[in-house]
Design a protein around this ligand. Structure first.
Ligand SMILES: *Cc1c(COP(=O)(O)O)cnc(C)c1O
Length: 391
């Protein structure tokens, strides 16, 4: 089948929830992907950071290949060889506590929301305060937690117990807390919201507010986690520890896996029968995620992320001098946004024609999140394409 025929097949049989770029991706390696027609692209936006180590990282491929011959799925009424090992790896790299496994970011946040509700229920606390322009997923609860009405429209009635306040505004947050408030949930860098970076002082004050009022602090690190911002987790960039952290996206090196990490005091809130996920923590997904941790360490990808992130920002600031359409460069590590004075869609489309894949968030913020293995030469290529297509 050719590209046109595959598109027609989607048109007829796949529910049209996505706006898709008209190309069929058939192969990936490192920062390169190829389409059905043999075109090669440089991928600076590998699946919202899902392929955070680049496509088909050999350590991930090997781990999956070796384990899948043994067994593919082990249900959660038994133990498997790798779920505990991955949980230990996550805890040793974050904070002491325990992990619940699922398959996506929305599910990881859903588990966090249930944990918060379970924790607060005996005290009559259930309300969760989130941030405007946040993104937490597409299930009913996580879509309601998401502080962007555009995702909620038409799906009312929304579940009760959520409200959102302006990001980086400690006063608004303090004012929103009531005796029903159970938790505050936020992304340290809002991804879908347009790479909005939390102020260091704000994050400290949010932690203090939670301590003062006995609120659970939840960091959604679904997009920022696993090295993306130059530390294993973004909370480490801030030096502020959450009570609950959620992960997904690049955790499995491309395979679907999500995790809800609960610090000590909250680690035993969810008890047998209170929550579950049929596929959660399957040995194959865990094998892949363990390989991701191993690869980040072995290939020193955190320092590469910091160094290449600096280089990328430098180069983007160079572009900004030349093209007044670029308003601001922001982000941390390799999670970088370039805010424009215009809509970014045409620039993304024109980069695609130049065989460089990027993204646009929130209408006017170009988003660059190349695999953590990126090098200077690849950054130069992406910058040259951007330079060429800038209006
Ligand atoms: C993508 C994302 C989610 C949702 O993850 P899914 O795997 O699509 O359910 C939640 N939170 C953040 C911050 C995200 O970037």
């Amino acid at each position: 089948m050719n590209t046109k025929e595959i598109m027609a097949q989607y048109e007829e049989f796949v529910i049209g929830t996505y706006t898709r770029i008209p190309t069929v991706i058939v192969k990936g390696k490192g920062l390169k992907v190829w389409d059905l027609e043999g075109n090669e692209y440089l991928d600076f936006f590998p699946g919202w950071a899902v392929s955070g180590l680049g496509h088909c990282h050999p350590m991930v491929v090997n781990a999956v290949r070796n384990y899948i011959k043994k067994i593919i799925h082990v249900p959660n009424n038994y133990y498997n060889m790798l779920q505990g090992k991955l949980a230990q790896r996550i805890i040793e790299n974050s904070f002491s506590g325990k992990v619940f496994f699922c398959n996506s970011g929305a599910e990881a946040n859903e588990a966090a929301i249930k944990l918060v509700r379970a924790y607060g229920s005996s005290k009559g606390k259930y309300e969760i305060i989130t941030m405007q322009n946040s993104f937490h997923g597409r299930t009913l609860a996580t879509m309601t937690a998401t502080g962007q009405p555009k995702y909620q429209k038409g799906f009312e009635p929304l579940p009760a117990g959520f409200k959102s306040v302006p990001f980086n505004d400690i006063k608004a947050l303090e004012d929103a807390v009531t005796d029903k408030t159970a938790a505050i949930m936020l992304e340290l860098i809002q991804g879908e919201g347009g790479i909005n970076v939390a102020d260091a002082d704000y994050v400290k004050k949010v932690r203090e507010l939670c301590d003062r009022k006995g609120l659970v602090l939840v960091f959604d690190e679904v997009q920022t986690g696993m090295g993306r911002t130059g530390e294993m987790f973004c909370f480490q960039v801030y030096g502020v520890q959450p009570d609950v952290m959620t992960l997904a996206k690049s955790l499995g090196g491309g395979l679907p896996i999500g995790a809800t990490v609960a610090a000590g005091k909250f680690a035993d809130v969810l008890k047998p029968g209170m929550h579950a996920s049929t596929f959660g923590g399957s040995p194959i997904a865990c094998a892949a995620a363990i390989a991701v941790f191993d690869a980040i360490k072995k290939e020193k990808l955190l320092s590469n992320t910091r160094n290449m992130g600096k280089y990328l920002v430098e180069k983007l600031n160079g572009l900004k001098k030349k093209h007044p359409v670029i308003k601001e460069i922001r982000g941390k590590g390799l999670m970088i946004g370039a805010e424009l004075t215009v809509e970014g869609k045409d620039i993304v489309d024109n980069c695609f024609k130049e065989k460089v894949l990027i993204n646009c968030a929130h209408g006017c913020v170009l988003r660059l999140m190349p695999g953590m293995i990126v090098n200077k030469k690849q950054i130069d290529t992406a910058i040259a394409a951007l330079d060429k297509v800038m209006p």
